[in-house]
Design a protein around this ligand. Structure first.
Ligand SMILES: *Cc1c(COP(=O)(O)O)cnc(C)c1O
Length: 377
């Protein structure tokens, strides 16, 4: 009988397998590239406009503006929302640093609040007490593909006259009470970094929303503040969506819903296979949420040893994110101490991201689960 020991011939299970995703699409991607080279419309043009329309339709948002990354999407959205130096923005320390860079590099001030233990997204109960007279907006992050609890956030924002910008960079297609993220707040930022649920073959991003006047400002900011060529209403940036990336994204977008189904299927296999292992907490999906599992993040005891054990068995894992932002060296000047945001800190100490992609098989998931079970035995 074959035994499960380190060094068996079982193929490695990577953390993410973009090669598998591209296998069936390669001809179409190469063909799109050829068309783009032959057409030589590399800046703006029909591929960009086509993708913007198709992605707005997918999200169910009034409009979409393609930009060069998720970080630029956040930056230009904050510009459109009128962020000024000294303005305070409420967000959580349990996210990727792009969320907060966009705020501080525009001169904004971060007001962190802790995350909810169950969803690992911003805890809406803690937001009201973080609002000051200088607060201008709330920036919830739909982390890992699980939406933040938006209704209380929107209710508070309305009451206090704040805007809401969704960081949807990990949550393409996720739903909150039946509404798709990206069409809930005033604006939303998406990333098409290759590893995201919808990824380009390079950097790309988009801003979505229902307010045409805000999207118009984003459109100007991505192109040097110009409404009309060489007439500049403001200064802006070089932050357009590359036409070749738009062409690639148009090939992938029709597959996104199926890929999300694949991720949700893998998550349910994991949920069953990992049930009842003491020391392992699997991710929860709130009753109002449709999770798209950009990452499948469990919380565990003895993480470093488990990660090493899985690595030895050829199973790829990741840490998203090992140190909350308020404890990063980049933010020492903010003066936060350990203990300030206990849920974020406890979560960061215990989290472990398991392999997650649409092509993962039930056998792969069973092998990962067996490897975890064998570690705790
Ligand atoms: C990926 C990501 C971003 C930034 O997107 P880029 O396209 O890499 O600039 C912002 N916020 C979150 C939560 C992300 O995961």
């Amino acid at each position: 009988m074959a035994t499960m020991t380190a060094g068996t011939s079982a193929a490695p299970i990577p953390f993410l397998d973009l090669v598998a995703q591209h296998r069936g699409l390669e001809n179409q991607l190469v063909e799109a590239f050829r068309r783009a080279v032959q057409g030589a419309r590399f800046i703006n043009g029909p591929e960009v406009i086509g993708f913007e329309q198709e992605f707005a339709t997918f999200v169910g948002a009034g409009g979409c503006v393609g930009v060069s990354s998720g970080t630029d999407a956040l930056r230009f959205a904050l510009g459109a929302l009128g962020l000024r130096p000294g303005d305070e923005v409420i967000t959580t320390p349990h996210t990727f640093i792009a969320t907060t860079e966009a705020v501080t590099q525009a001169g904004g001030t971060l007001r962190f609040v802790d995350v909810d233990e169950r969803t690992m997204t911003i805890d809406p109960k803690l937001i009201a007490s973080a609002v000051t007279p200088r607060t201008v907006g709330i920036l919830p992050v739909h982390l890992y593909g699980h939406p933040a609890d938006m209704d209380p956030i929107l209710g508070l924002a309305r009451k206090k006259g704040l805007w809401v910008l969704e960081d949807a960079c990990q949550a393409h297609g996720a739903k909150y009470r039946g509404r798709q993220v990206g069409a809930i707040g005033d604006l939303a930022a998406f990333s098409f970094y290759p590893g995201k649920n919808l990824g380009a073959c390079g950097d790309a991003g988009a801003v979505t929303g229902g307010k045409a006047e805000l999207l118009d400002v984003v459109r100007r900011l991505r192109e040097h503040g110009q409404g009309q060529k060489y007439y500049h209403d403001t200064e802006g940036y070089t932050g357009r969506l590359d036409a070749i990336q738009a062409a690639f994204l148009r090939i992938k977008l029709p597959h996104l819903a199926g890929w999300i189904d694949g991720r949700r299927r893998a998550a349910s296999w994991y949920g069953e296979a990992l049930a009842g292992i003491a020391g392992v907490q699997t991710p929860q999906e709130a009753e109002w949420a449709n999770h798209v599992y950009h990452l499948y993040v469990i919380r565990v005891d003895h993480r470093a040893d488990l990660q090493e054990h899985l690595g030895r068995l050829g199973i790829g894992t990741g840490l998203h994110y090992p140190l909350p932002l308020h404890l990063q060296r980049a933010y020492v000047h903010l003066g936060f101490k350990r203990g300030t945001f206990p849920v974020a800190e406890r979560t960061s100490d215990r989290l472990l991201s398991l392999p997650m992609f649409a092509e993962l098989t039930e056998g792969d998931v069973a092998r990962v689960a067996d490897a975890i079970r064998s570690f705790y035995r």
